[in-house]
Design a protein around this ligand. Sequence first.
Ligand SMILES: Cc1cc2nc3c(=O)[nH]c(=O)nc-3n(C[C@H](O)[C@H](O)[C@H](O)COP(=O)(O)OP(=O)(O)OC[C@H]3O[C@@H](n4cnc5c(N)ncnc54)[C@H](O)[C@@H]3O)c2cc1C
Length: 469
Amino acid sequence: MRYNKVNEKIISSLVQIVGKENVILDEKTLENYAHDETPLYTSMPDVAVKPGSTEEVCEIMKLANANMVPVTPRGGGTSLSAGAVPILGGIVLLLERMNKIKEIDKKNMMVIVEPGIITEQLGNELAKHGLFFPPDPVSLDSCMIGGNIAECAGGPRAMKYGVTKNYVLGIEVVLPDSTIQRYGGKLLKNVTGYDIINLIIGSEGTLAIVTEAILKVLPVPTVIIDLLVPFKCVEDSVNFGIDVMQTGLMPAAIEFMEGEVYRLVAKYLGRNLPFAEAGAQIIVELDGNNRELLRKHYDEIGNIALKHGALDVFVGESAKDRERIWEPRKNASDALKDQSKPLAREDLVVPKDKIPELITRLKQCVKQYNAHLYAFGHLGDGNIHADIGVDDTVSLQHGAFIQKMRREIYAITLSLGGAITAEHGIGLSKIEYLEMALDKKQLEIMRSIKKIFDPNNILNPGKIFPQEK
Ligand SMILES: Cc1cc2nc3c(=O)[nH]c(=O)nc-3n(C[C@H](O)[C@H](O)[C@H](O)COP(=O)(O)OP(=O)(O)OC[C@H]3O[C@@H](n4cnc5c(N)ncnc54)[C@H](O)[C@@H]3O)c2cc1C
């Protein structure tokens, strides 16, 4: 596929569409859009534009199609699969100005939003009305609803409440050919034809640009209690988690951090954390509306923890104590980025009982490459984030070992009945491994779908599938 560079004529058309102040050309600012949160991937765009409406997005896509210029949609830029990196240059479409809550419909328990609203801001606004939107990626202070829809983001609460797709009832999108389409509506059930909404959700900005969404919301739980439980080893912690899930108490989250990650976070935060010598730490979150009942539940969970050899059980009921419990988990990603020279940030998922085996085998695997694997993540979903770091003595110049190591990691995960990505997507960083996870026919069907939506391959090209020569 031949693409064109953005030239002066295209720039002046972009200025006409969105206004001069919303067309970014200076190199220093553009560098912010050359990467996301994925290590090792960068590529400069020719221009970044900030549309303020669906109509403006539509005009930009008309222009891009007519000139064969690639377009990469971008929300908060927190992708961990290099999905927002404009690998072929062209236009980066910044959705941040389209950040309104258009309607809070309390009667139907729904909200209509633009894609650029930040997840946490949506949560704060909804809380004022006694409502909440459960999907809670740990990046919620920066990621946007459009990005979450494009990635079908999950988060700690996914084990009880599900992921983004469980809350999207309707969408307005601009297709690559610039057509504006609406799917679904304020409907909790709808099986009219193929489920296009759920095809677009998780399509990583390759099929359509989300310009509006109708989201289901729930009443906000009035009581939240968190437990922090240190264990001697990973296996005990996982067995505890599995037992808790079988009790029927239905925690909102069960999060996991191996001891090494916890210790790196302590170093990063510059202070001592309790039970820093433990082999693993688990956070259990309980939510509901009856404090006494939740206290009974945490007593029960505490007993299960002690049965599995927990070193202690810390309980946080006040906002301050709860924040203290979550602080290490919320800083895990930044601490690893800061301290471990990361090569890859994996997002593996296996049946929960296979987690100890997965971690042991992965650690053995990366050791052969003088690399180190740090595991943490959403135990409640069997979703382990495995950051792989190297020390300064390892040269990244000859990166072939990275591919070989990642192939082995994915082979181990697949052999345990797992998948190579649970919530971060294929993006750019996992393209070459996709054929390990899907067969030829499955790939052929997916490629055909992309062609139907985007015959000129101008919307986020070079993502999910290798670029055709
Ligand atoms: C510290 C940290 C913690 C994280 N924790 C989690 C977690 O708990 N759970 C989880 O699922 N993920 C997590 N992530 C990954 C990331 O935050 C999510 O994938 C998030 O949903 C991306 O949203 P964003 O707005 O930043 O999107 P971007 O990074 O800007 O874009 C992501 C993809 O979506 C596309 N896109 C963006 N907006 C649109 C739109 N309006 N229409 C069409 N396509 C669009 C882009 O082209 C790109 O392919 C984490 C990341 C970090 C850095």
